[in-house]
Design a protein around this ligand. Structure first.
Ligand SMILES: *Cc1c(COP(=O)(O)O)cnc(C)c1O
Length: 362
């Protein structure tokens, strides 16, 4: 195709990622809360690709990055990131040495862990659980860490909301529990943080008590409540690699779940659940091809997915958009995830490594 000579696109399936939208989403939350950023880039930046995400966000001068493991922290260091990197999932003491060698900041929530980590002088943040019941010292049990925290004060302390996207008072209750726990410690902790994307959008933790926000999913284009809308960042695209006519009564894909009721033109896109396009979308999703909505037909397979292009102009080599802003709300990450019975987080983090990540400045 001529176009591909001018603008070489991958030949199979890929992600088009808007670095500009990513930055605009980050600055929007920063503007709303008036707080500095700790972008959450765990799980390969929610599947988007941490190398590209971090290099797009560096110009915003974030306070730190949030990861989930020593490996993720080390790989940011290998990219040349010199900022604070906080590991938000508890790590085993067996990994402390490796974490400290990479200058990573641990989130700690028990006296033994703090006693083992802190004497080296490396910073840690105190994790306080206020209702999530996942990690960190319970707000009810902060007395168990009071002595070690007084001996080796943390560089920061934080909690995490379980339902920030719901206005049911639970986030406010968690904030109260957090400050009561901080009060019981009786130590000056210079830096407190709590807001995830939904809390930052809603303004739960705004104000001078807080030092930063920790958004994740909103940066990557998910979130359209509380008077703010994340700009789409992620588009999943693939090439059409086969086109055929089928007759009424013919079936498509494994298990013959789709049976044509008319003569139909079927296009095969070179993308499947092996790329993270969920099999649960089989016989229910649609894509956009040359400006037309094309319904998906038959089971999504590992490497190929079929579409009805009877009413759309289509040639081998054309580009199908399976996730992205093109198709209106139904092709947005949230819409596709809902159709698959998944959370948007799950859809994003499932985007497979074999998809080339193409970051664009637009
Ligand atoms: C993942 C995570 C976040 C970000 O949550 P989003 O809902 O994606 O904004 C913030 N804080 C912690 C501790 C997390 O694990």
């Amino acid at each position: 195709m001529e176009e591909s000579l001018i603008y070489p696109l991958p030949n199979r399936a890929w992600l088009d990622l808007s670095a500009t939208a990513l930055r605009r989403n980050a600055t929007e939350l920063q503007r709303r809360t008036g707080l500095p950023l700790i972008p959450m880039v765990k799980a390969n930046a929610y599947g988007v690709g941490s190398a590209g995400v971090v290099s797009a966000l560096e110009s915003l001068d974030p306070l730190a990055y949030g990861v989930a493991s020593v490996d993720e922290g080390e790989s940011l260091r290998e990219m040349g990131i010199a900022r604070t990197i906080i590991i938000f999932t508890p790590i085993l003491q067996a990994d402390y040495e490796r974490a400290q060698a990479a200058d990573l900041t641990a989130a700690l929530g028990d006296a033994a862990g703090i006693r083992s980590w802190a004497p080296t002088g490396k910073p840690y943040h105190l994790a306080i659980d206020t209702g999530m019941n996942r990690a960190g010292v319970s707000w009810r049990d902060v007395a168990t860490v009071r002595d070690v925290v007084r001996e080796w004060p943390p560089a920061g302390a934080f909690t995490h909301f379980h339902s920030a996207e719901i206005e049911d008072g639970s986030a406010e209750e968690q904030v109260n529990r957090f400050f009561s726990a901080i009060g019981q410690l009786g130590v000056e902790i210079p830096f407190l943080h709590a807001d995830n994307s939904a809390a930052a959008a809603r303004g739960v933790g705004g104000g001078e008590r807080w030092g930063a926000i920790r958004p994740g999913v909103f940066l990557y284009g998910v979130g359209s409540r509380f008077g703010v809308r994340a700009e789409p960042v992620v588009s999943l695209r693939a090439r059409v690699v086969d086109i055929r006519w089928i007759e009424a009564g013919d079936t498509v894909s494994y298990g013959a779940t789709y049976r044509a009721t008319r003569r139909e033109r079927i296009a095969t896109a070179a993308v499947g659940y092996g790329d993270g396009y969920p099999r649960a979308l089989s016989d229910r999703s649609a894509a956009v091809l040359n400006g037309s909505r094309v319904p998906q037909r038959g089971l999504v397979t590992m490497d190929m997915t079929m579409f009805d292009v009877t009413d759309a102009p289509c040639a081998v080599g054309d580009v199908v958009t399976l996730i992205g802003a093109e198709g209106g709300p139904e092709l947005l990450v949230e819409g596709v995830a809902a159709l698959a019975g998944m959370s948007p987080y799950e859809l994003l983090t499932g985007l497979a490594p074999r998809l080339e990540r193409r970051f664009n400045e637009d």
